[in-house]
Write a protein that binds this ligand. Structure first.
Ligand code: ZN
Length: 683
């Protein structure tokens, strides 16, 4: 029996016990609350810190204790992880307290729907403002121990998700562990656990076939240590297990770059909505996806049910080794994606029933693994593309490890469907779609007053925002949560390389706000040649570099695009001693129109904003006072010297950029943001 052999092998434990009384004590200083709950928070965080156990909100924990309601009545409760929180960073308030006795009573019922279960749990909350208790709350309630830990340990899944997985579990863990056959999370799983747990009171852990593991004890430390014990037993078994040879495809030094493939994929998959696409690769990923039959085993399903909302039922594997050009790659990906969609639609039709009232999700794949290249993960936001990629990477690793020894097996497709379309799973994904969600906006001169105001506006509308600036104030602006790059936009090579980086990280670009500029003053006849050249470099040529390089990416995506130039009212209404600035700006207005003319047919719009008298890094206080003097006005009159008599701010310019970006049928337009100036108005 493997169980006996393992006990005799002195192998180092793979997962280290990180429990220390000192760290627990310091957590107790941080939060003032129920002692049981503090113990609960501490070991939950220890479990959450192990990527091999849980990932991005996976797993859940609980403690049975008491709590007072608002009337001062003390109840027996279960503090259970709230839906949407993450074990690694969990705090006491993330554990809603649910009255325990009603939960036990609920388990006596034959059947209730999951929606009824959720509302029943909410009704029995001690504090109604708490988050929703985990969908696995009832499983926690039925186990008659104080502390309960549940993870989706990879090592356990590597043992259960294979042919004869149940028999193998039995031989490894003996009678220590009770094995629960696969049942979808929710009320019926709780019923099943309740029934089998009562039959095997001697079991120290429950292994949920093709799902994960539960350990439990009367104190937090023991339950945590049991989790480590069984996970490490599984790890030791896996280490000793013989590997069979795997056949991999020929590793080729491909000429194709992932950052050039990303925009192609983005264009092909963004038919129903726009996606952010993140690319990742490492040795472990290639080792698995490069196996000859990876397209077969990576399409067998998920390793644990809740992965389906992240990676869809199947990972799409594509081989591009025979491609000679990016066009060839595009053709192959296009046909593979359309086949994937066809199969997904068939899967939906097969398992959906009209009474479910399900609306089919976007049928395109969430994960594309290109052999010899790496993994492209889609997400509705950048954060989602990363989470989906993390889950995919983990699944690929687990499945790859199983395939080195035997055949990977998932739960049946029907069960995968039931989890994918389970309202409680879909509720975990973001619902409030903002108008620019899935869009990628790049702003040059991003750290200036107008740049930052525009960045805030676009971010608030859901866009991913990338700020580019020559200034070195990147650290101080990191806290705003923007992705900031230092880059000289007058250098084509530098900007080209930056765009490649962005394509690898986000998948492409949708909107460019070409905003970097430099204001110079001086009487035109006496203007220094070098200064005039410099002004042209920044106020005209840099815009051409940014626009032309971006248009190349937009063309690859084939999703249209939006170019927005910060021009200036100087382009139509020159002011004295400002020619050095105004002349390249009037050329910029022509540049803006030229892009509208030449790229309108492929959906790329080009518009400009003529703002005036905005106090900013370009138009400094000092410069305002000298411009006011040049126009023979006081500063106040100068700043509000317009038809509306209103001072115009950076936020007003940001609004104009935004409005132009969503005006889908407007191109070659110049929007004035100057409070009204007849001389600068366009005819
Ligand atoms: Zn679970």
């Amino acid at each position: 029996m493997v169980y006996v052999q393992l006990k005799n092998k002195k192998l180092k434990n793979i997962m280290r016990n990180r429990f220390t009384q000192k760290n627990l004590n310091s957590l107790k200083l941080e939060f003032k609350c129920n002692e049981d709950l503090l113990d609960r928070v501490y070991t939950s965080r220890l479990l959450g810190g192990e990527k091999e156990l849980v990932l991005h909100g996976g797993g859940n924990t609980s403690v049975k204790s008491t709590a007072k309601d608002t009337d001062g009545i003390v109840h027996n409760v279960i503090y259970v992880k709230g839906s949407g929180s993450d074990l690694e960073t969990i705090t006491p308030k993330d554990f809603p307290a649910v009255k325990l006795d009603p939960l036990i009573y609920l388990l006596k019922k034959k059947f209730i729907s999951d929606e009824e279960m959720v509302s029943f749990q909410r009704k029995n909350l001690i504090d109604l403002s708490s988050p929703n208790p985990s969908v696995e709350t009832l499983v926690h309630a039925c186990i008659n121990k104080k502390f309960i830990d549940h993870t989706h340990s990879n090592a356990i899944l590597e043992i259960t998700n294979r042919r004869n997985g149940i028999a193998l579990c039995k031989s490894i863990f003996g009678n220590d562990v009770c094995i629960i056959p696969y049942v979808m999370p929710g009320f019926l799983l709780a019923k099943k656990v309740n029934q089998l747990y009562k039959k095997h009171p001697e079991a120290k852990a429950l292994i949920l076939y093709k799902h994960g593991i539960f350990t439990y004890a009367d104190d937090a430390k023991s339950s945590y240590e049991l989790m480590l014990k069984y996970v490490n037993t599984a790890e030791r078994f896996l280490k000793l297990e013989k590997k069979i040879r795997v056949k991999s495809i020929k590793t080729k030094k491909l000429l194709f770059k992932p950052e050039k493939i990303s925009p192609l994929i983005r264009g092909l998959v963004s038919t129903n909505k726009k996606y952010i696409i993140n690319f990742r690769v490492n040795k472990k990923i290639l080792e698995t996806i490069n196996q000859v039959n990876s397209n077969l085993f990576l399409s067998r399903g998920v390793v644990t049910p809740d992965h389906v909302i992240r990676i869809k039922p199947k990972i799409l594997v594509v081989n591009i080794d025979d491609c000679k050009t990016y066009d060839d790659i595009k053709k192959i990906i296009k046909s593979k994606v359309s086949l994937y969609k066809k199969n997904y639609i068939a899967y939906f039709k097969k398992y959906n029933k009209p009474e479910y009232k399900n609306k089919m999700l976007d049928p395109c794949p969430n994960i594309l693994a290109i052999q010899n290249i790496g993994v492209f993960s889609l997400g509705e936001t950048y954060i989602n593309s990363i989470i989906n990629g993390d889950v995919a990477e983990l699944a690929i690793k687990t499945i790859g490890n199983i395939e080195k020894k035997t055949d990977f097996q998932s739960i049946p497709m029907k069960e995968i469907f039931n989890v994918e379309y389970w309202s409680l799973e879909q509720a975990k994904l973001s619902k409030n779609k903002l108008p620019l969600q899935g869009n990628i906006t790049l702003i040059t001169g991003g750290l200036g007053t107008i740049g930052l105001a525009t960045a805030k506006k676009f971010k608030s509308m859901g866009s991913e925002v990338i700020l580019v600036d020559i200034k070195d104030e990147i650290q101080s602006n990191k806290k705003e949560g923007f992705d900031i790059y230092k880059c000289d936009v007058t250098n084509r090579n530098t900007f080209h390389n930056l765009l490649l980086k962005i394509c690898k990280k986000y998948g492409g670009i949708d909107t460019i706000i070409s905003n970097a500029g430099l204001a110079i003053q001086g009487d035109i006849a006496n203007l220094d040649d070098n200064l005039f050249t410099k002004s042209f470099n920044i106020n005209l040529f840099a815009h051409q570099i940014v626009a032309s390089e971006s248009v190349k990416v937009m063309k690859e995506q084939n999703l249209g695009g939006c170019l927005l130039f910060n021009i200036s009212k100087q382009a139509v209404n020159p002011g004295p001693n400002f020619g050095g600035y105004g002349i390249p700006k009037s050329a910029l207005m022509s540049l803006c129109k030229q892009y509208a003319l030449e790229y309108g047919s492929i959906g790329i719009r080009s518009n400009g904003v003529n703002a005036d008298r905005i106090e900013s890094g370009i138009l400094t206080k000092k410069m305002i006072s000298s411009r006011a003097k040049a126009r023979r006005k006081t500063i106040k009159d100068y700043l509000s010297g317009n038809l509306l008599k209103l001072q115009v701010n950076a936020e007003d310019v940001a609004d104009s950029f935004y409005n132009l970006s969503i005006s889908k049928k407007t191109t070659a337009a110049i929007l004035t943001v100057d409070g009204g100036n007849i001389e600068a108005s366009l005819r």
